[in-house]
Write a protein that binds this ligand. Sequence first.
Ligand code: HEC
Ligand code: HEC
Length: 371
Amino acid sequence: MSKLIYIYMFILLVFFATCKKDPAIYVENIYNPTPYKLTYPTGVLPPNIPAENPLTVEGVELGRRLFYDKKLSGDNTMSCASCHGQAFAFTDNNNQFSKGITNEFGKRNAMPIFNLAWEKTFFWDGGAPNLESQIVGPLTSPIEMHSSFADVVEKLKADPIYPKMFKKAFGKDTITSAYIMRAIAQFERSIVSFNSLFDRTYKTQKQREYALQNPITRLDSGFLVFALDSSPSRPNLRPGHCWHCHGLSPSTALFTDLSFHNNGLEDVYVDSGRMRITYNEIDRGFFKTPTLRNLAYTAPYMHDGRFKNIEEVIEHYSSGVHYLNNKDGITRNDFSRPLKLNARDKENLKIFLLSLSDSSLLYEEKYKSPF
Ligand code: HEC
Ligand code: HEC
C-alpha cells in the first residue's frame, strides 16, 4: 500500500515538474514588442507621441499593412494609400479632389502624410484631435472608403496573417477597432521627412542665420523673402512675411506653426474651415497651416486645391490676398498692402520653396507597400 502512495507521489511530482513553464511557450505568451526608434535631426523638438500608443516595430509593421490593404474599404477596392500615395508625398496623385469607392468626389484636397508625429490636430479644419480618431473619417465616409469597423474586424479575423500580427503588436488574441486605429496611427507617425536640399544646405540654426544676414545664393535670397518682415536697411528687398505662419526656428523644421490661419483666399469662404468645428464666426476661412515641405510632389495647393502650381501660390501672396473681411491679425497686418514681389523675388522664393522637397521620402523602403 505505502509503495503505491510513493508511486502516486512520484507521478504527481513528475506531473508538476513538467507542468512548470516551458521556456519557449512562456516567452511567446509574454507581450514584449520592440520599441521603434523615430529618427529626426538634432535641433528638432521631440514629437507628440501619446503615452498610450508608443511606437513599436510590430505596431508600425501592422499599421503599414493596414494602410495599404484594400480590405479596409467596403468593396475591397480602395486603401488609405489610394489617396495617399508615396510617389506624391502621400497625397492623391495630383488630383484636386479625391474620388471614393462610389466615384463621388470630396470637397477638399488630400493632405500629405509625413512628420505628423509633431502635429496636434488633423484635417484642414482640425476636426480630429489625434491620428487615432482621424481614421474613423475616411474609413466610414460614404464618399471615401464606405466601410465599417465591424466589417473590417470580421475580414481581418478571417485573414491568415492579421491575427498573429495583432497579437505581436498588442499582446491580445482579439482584433478591435481601437487596435486598428492605433496601428495605422503608429505607421503614420513613423513617416518622417527631413532630408531636403534645404536641410542639407543649412545644417544648423547658425548656418540659417548666417545665410539670412549674408544672402549670396538664390536659395539664400529666397529664404530671406520667406523670413523677412520689413527691412528699412534693405529697401530694395520685399518682405514675404511667410514665416509668421509657416514657422521659423525652432519650428522651422516643420514649416508650419501647427495652428490655424486665414491666408486671404476669399472674401467670403464657401468652406467655412475651422468654424465648422468651433462654431465661432471668427474662425471662418481659417485652415490648418500646411507644411511647405515636399511641395514638388503635392500639387495642387490649398484646402480646395485651387492653385495648380507654385507660381499661382506666389502670385496669390504677391497680389491676390483678400484681407478686408479677414479676422486673422497676421494677414491683416502683413498683407494689408499687396506684397508686390518683383520677378526676381518670386523666382527666388520658388527656388527656396522647391528646396524643401525630399525625394528620399518617395523611395524609402520602410514606407512602401508590403503587398
Ligand atoms: C478617397 C480618398 C481618401 C482616402 C481613401 C483616405 N484619405 Fe486621408 N485624406 C483625404 C482627404 C481629402 C483629406 C483632407 C480632408 C479634410 O480635411 O476634410 C485627408 C486627410 C487625411 C489626414 C490628415 C492629415 C493632416 O495633416 O491633418 C490623415 C492623417 C489621413 N487623411 C489619413 C488617412 C488614412 C489613415 C486613411 C485610411 C484609413 C485615409 N486617409 C484614406 C483623402 C483620403
Ligand atoms: C497668415 C498666415 C500665413 C502666411 C503669412 C502665409 N501663409 Fe501660406 N498658408 C497659410 C494657410 C492657412 C494655408 C492653407 C490655406 C487654405 O488652404 O485655405 C497656406 C497655404 C500655403 C501653401 C499651400 C500648401 C499646400 O500644401 O497646399 C503654400 C505653398 C504657402 N502657403 C506658401 C506661403 C508663402 C510662400 C508665404 C509667404 C509669401 C505664405 N505662405 C504666407 C498661412 C499663411
